[in-house]
Write a protein that binds this ligand. Structure first.
Ligand code: HEC
Ligand code: HEC
Length: 207
């Protein structure tokens, strides 16, 4: 008599677990793409592997990830002959279809952003913030949060070595920053101090 109620309980539990399985399957196409095609270089956490030149991408907004994947696909990024890191990433972007791009973008956005981005241990100076305000804030925002409507990325998820590498890519024509790029007017030391300051900001802007 005592074992009698167990059967409906088991049936009930298996229905619950089936439901959980099927809903996570349909939600997790983004994870599946990420696991199969991205994790080898960007890690499960999305923190990247510096030795592979693969940056931290965890928490980057979906619109920016999809923009960049499309740029890689359209030869607008990663196709310069001397851009080995970009071309490594381009090969991966070329393997994706539009649906995978949309889903993987959502997965990356959902990952917890990187708070330890000062890898090179450069120091910001008292001028860093002033320089940022004058030269970068208009587009990248007061707290480095970016600006979706102008397609400007946040700068508070990526590590310092990667941001400096992109600045070098902009300056050497491997990647387009924006029309009339004014980065060249800043010295290397000034740029390093701006990036050191950016990498000390929290990954989410204060409320
Ligand atoms: C073989 C290694 C490798 C794999 C696999 C890989 N990436 Fe990358 N990824 C890189 C490298 C290297 C860069 C840096 C490119 C550069 O310096 O311009 C990068 C850059 C990026 C960027 C640009 C970040 C930014 O701030 O602009 C995005 C977005 C990105 N990867 C997403 C992905 C996604 C999504 C996948 C899976 C579909 C993936 N990557 C798979 C190596 C890889
Ligand atoms: C006129 C607007 C504008 C200004 C001013 C500007 N940026 Fe940008 N920045 C952009 C845009 C747009 C992109 C994205 C380019 C793309 O889509 O590939 C970008 C991208 C970047 C990236 C690459 C981020 C990544 O994840 O790959 C870095 C690094 C960067 N900017 C640094 C700076 C710094 C430092 C300054 C100030 C010295 C600055 N920018 C000033 C518009 C601007």
């Amino acid at each position: 008599m005592r074992t009698f109620p167990i059967i409906p309980i088991i049936a009930f539990l298996s229905v619950i677990s089936l439901n959980a399985d099927s809903s996570s399957n349909s939600e997790d196409l983004g994870f599946a793409v990420f696991r199969d095609r991205c994790m080898a270089c960007h890690l499960q956490s999305g923190m990247g592997i510096k030795e592979m030149n693969a940056p931290s991408i965890a928490g980057l907004p979906r619109w920016y990830v999809t923009d960049q994947l499309r740029k890689f696909r359209r030869n607008q990024r990663g196709n310069h002959i001397e851009d080995a890191a970009g071309s490594l990433m381009q090969t991966n972007a070329l393997a994706l279809d539009e649906k995978s791009i949309a889903f993987v973008g959502r997965h990356i956005e959902s990952l917890t952003p990187n708070e330890g981005r000062n890898i090179l241990s450069k120091k910001s100076t008292k001028d860093s913030k002033v320089l940022y305000r004058k030269r970068c804030q208009e587009c990248h925002g007061e707290h480095g949060e970016g600006n979706r409507s102008d397609r400007v990325p946040p700068l508070t998820s990526q590590q310092d070595w990667y941001l400096l590498k992109q600045i070098d890519n902009f300056q050497t024509g491997k990647r387009l920053h924006y029309e009339n790029d004014s980065l060249n007017e800043l010295s290397e030391e000034q740029l390093q101090s701006i990036i050191a300051w950016i990498c000390s900001l929290p990954s989410s802007p204060p409320e």
